[in-house]
Design a protein around this ligand. Structure first.
Ligand code: ADP
Ligand code: MG
Length: 631
């Protein structure tokens, strides 16, 4: 399997996975065969970007041939199409490892993704995404020759393959300009790809945004019979009004190596104390690993149009890490390094201004395209919400961007919630829990809902911190229905019996003494209608679901006590109170109290401390109830 790891020239076998990728690409992409050109041009542009970056510190690299360009040469008599770049080039080892093994490329992940796709078919999207674009050359060619000289080296090597099991590597003794030449020996049915108009059309359609001139040989008889086919200026530096949505989408595919289209393109120029251009994209779907804490953003840094680095995490705050695209600064030095960027003042200003622009764009999108905005928020809301915690300055804007389902609406903003509030309601209610079902069936909501209050269903762990920071919106207090201090106005029950009331109060005092180790207090509830009991959170305590998540990471987290609320109007509680009044040392009453407490614990989604005891008590109490029913 490792036979390609040889020195020198000769025949090599592709790694097994590479052969399979080749076979799949050729088989399933025939109907999209034109993509080969954009993949090869994209590689050429990447190679030119890399060269220009290295030349910042190694000026000599540009001295021999300063032209940075891509040439396309159709040759009818040879039946070939050649793509030449003056970029970074590849050494012998790079040819082998970049074009023949899975070491670097996404070949393996590509195969996994195909498997997940089910039908074993590749799509043009998958090709770019997993870095196997080069192999698309074999859709149109039955022999591909790649001759390359790495910048700064004298060695010239040629890689060639017929696209089956093997490739060859040979040293070339003739001089070769810096960069890479890819010669495609076109298949018989692909000869139309030599047509000038066809090539111009493909370049303009798919590769117009590339920042280097793409020059097509249109008249071989002339000394310089080349014509520049693309605009050859960085897309993000062009005026917004001149750019079509197709061009934005093509650039998105180039910069992200993903298929399809972005959900939103955000393009702006800032001029003033700092100057920069940015072209940022909001993807349609959350990329892999988005929720990992050390996930980098996918924004590229350019300085004065020179590509500096991929994934520059200082360009956008971590809570906008779903953004993809480019920022091009006029103020940073070309030889800037990742380390220098850490505390750069220019970067801080760029980040601030990017944040403001992106939030404004999201607000606009929410207004103009609510359906798209919902897609955005469902995919990235949990990340965006981190901003409440990390960027207090953006709090008010973030509050406007917040969305959630509620008891009255499938999907609502806070502003919409406020417009639905009845005049006497002064609180924005929310329930916080692990999922929609558990919050919707939460006993805490019973009385509020029966009185017509609307409740927001918040089910992201991060919501704990969002509400902690936000606290109020348009002068209305945000309040969790799970907190002890929160409750709806009690509905007066005129026939309340004072004697019964004091029995229930005595029961509550007894329960408080009994459960001292577990609960902070026992209170009579005003929030329950159907349930006999529930647990509420004292001031400052985390919601149960968040506490569980944190405990999963930190076992030594101190337990937080709850307040145990009994529903004084529930028949079960009334009955228990009566029994307690009749016999204050009844073990059966104690058993009932424990069962109610365990039940309330389960209702908040937490595990009970002693499941066996609960099971035994249930069996015991149920048996007695069956017995009491009589035979
Ligand atoms: P990707 O471009 O996504 O990395 P490809 O299959 O298109 O995947 O290319 C594989 C690798 O081969 C590239 O990452 C690059 O290192 C190398 N390569 C391809 N074409 C060129 C080129 N024209 N000049 C220099 N390196 C190239
Ligand atoms: Mg590529």
């Amino acid at each position: 399997m490792n036979s390609q790891v040889q020195t020198g020239a000769g025949e090599h076998r592709f790694q097994a996975e590479v052969s399979r990728v080749l076979e799949i690409v050729i088989r399933s992409l025939y109907s999209h065969r034109d993509i080969f050109l954009r993949e090869l041009l994209s590689n050429a542009a990447d190679a030119l970007d890399k060269l220009r970056f290295r030349a910042v510190t190694e000026h000599a690299l540009l001295a021999e041939d300063p032209k940075l360009e891509i040439r396309i040469i159709p040759d009818g008599s040879e039946g070939t199409l050649t793509i030449v770049d003056t970029g970074i080039g590849m050494s012998r080892d790079e040819l082998v490892s970049n074009l023949g093994t899975i070491a670097r490329s996404g070949t393996k992940r590509f195969l996994e993704a195909l498997k997940a796709n089910g039908d074993g078919q590749a799509s043009p999207e998958l090709i770019g995404q997993f870095g196997v674009g080069f192999y698309s050359a074999f859709i149109v060619a039955d022999l591909v020759e790649v001759t390359s000289r790495a910048a700064g080296s004298d060695e010239v090597w040629k890689w060639s393959s017929k696209g089956s099991e093997t490739f060859e590597i040979a040293a070339v003794s003739d001089p070769h300009p810096r960069g890479t030449k890819v010669v495609l020996h076109l298949k018989d049915d692909a000869k139309d790809l030599q047509d000038e108009w066809k090539l111009k059309d493909l370049v303009r359609r798919y590769s117009d945004f590339l920042a280097f001139p793409i020059r097509l040989l249109v008249d071989p008889k002339k000394e310089d019979g080349f014509e520049t086919v693309n605009k050859a200026s960085a897309l993000w530096r062009r005026p917004k009004k001149d750019i079509t949505s197709e061009e934005y989408a093509e650039f998105w595919r180039h910069v992200t190596k993903e298929g399809g289209e972005p959900l939103e393109s955000i393009h702006f120029n800032i001029e003033g104390t700092i100057s920069f251009s940015a072209l940022l994209y909001v993807p349609k779907e959350a990329p892999f690993g988005l929720f990992e804490p050390d996930r980098k953003s996918g924004v590229r840094l350019y300085v004065k149009r020179v590509f500096i680095m991929e994934d520059c995490e200082q360009l956008v705050p971590p809570w906008l890490r779903f953004l993809r695209g480019v920022v091009d600064s006029d103020d940073l030095p070309l030889n800037v390094s990742r380390e220098l960027l850490q505390e750069d003042r220019v970067l801080v200003k760029i980040r601030k201004s990017v944040t403001a622009k992106v939030l404004a764009a999201l607000e606009k999108m929410a207004e103009a395209r609510p359906d798209d905005y919902r897609k955005f928020f469902e995919a990235f809301g949990a990340v965006l919400k981190e901003g409440f915690h990390f960027d207090r300055d953006s709090k008010d804007t973030l509050a406007k961007l917040l969305r959630a389902p509620s008891s009255k609406s499938d999907w609502t903003s806070l502003a919409e919630y406020v417009t639905r509030m009845p005049a006497e309601q002064d609180t924005i209610w929310y329930a916080l829990g692990a999922n929609r079902r558990s919050v919707e069936s939460s006993p805490h909501a019973e009385s509020l809902r029966s009185q017509g209050h609307e409740i927001l269903w918040l089910t992201d762990p991060i919501d704990e911190w969002v509400t902690d920071t936000l606290r109020e919106f348009e002068g209305k207090k945000l309040q969790s229905i799970m907190r002890a201090e929160a409750s709806a106005k009690k509905i007066e029950t005129p026939d309340e019996d004072p004697a019964q009331r004091s029995e229930v109060e005595a029961l509550a005092r007894h329960a408080a003494a009994m459960l001292k180790a577990e609960v902070e207090d026992v209170k009579l509830s005003t929030r329950l209608t159907e349930s006999p009991a529930c647990l509420t959170l004292p001031e400052g305590a985390l919601h149960a679901h968040v506490e569980r998540l944190l405990r999963a990471q930190r076992a030594d987290m101190p337990a937080q006590k709850r307040i145990f609320e009994l529903n004084p109007d529930h028949p079960l509680v009334k009955q228990l109170a009566r029994r307690h009044a009749a016999d204050s040392s009844s073990t059966e009453v104690d058993m009932w109290i424990r069962v109610l407490h365990d039940q309330a614990t389960l209702a908040e989604g937490s595990p009970v401390t002693d499941p066996h005891r609960l099971a035994r008590s249930m069996t015991d109490l149920l048996s007695r109830a069956m017995g009491a029913q009589g035979n």
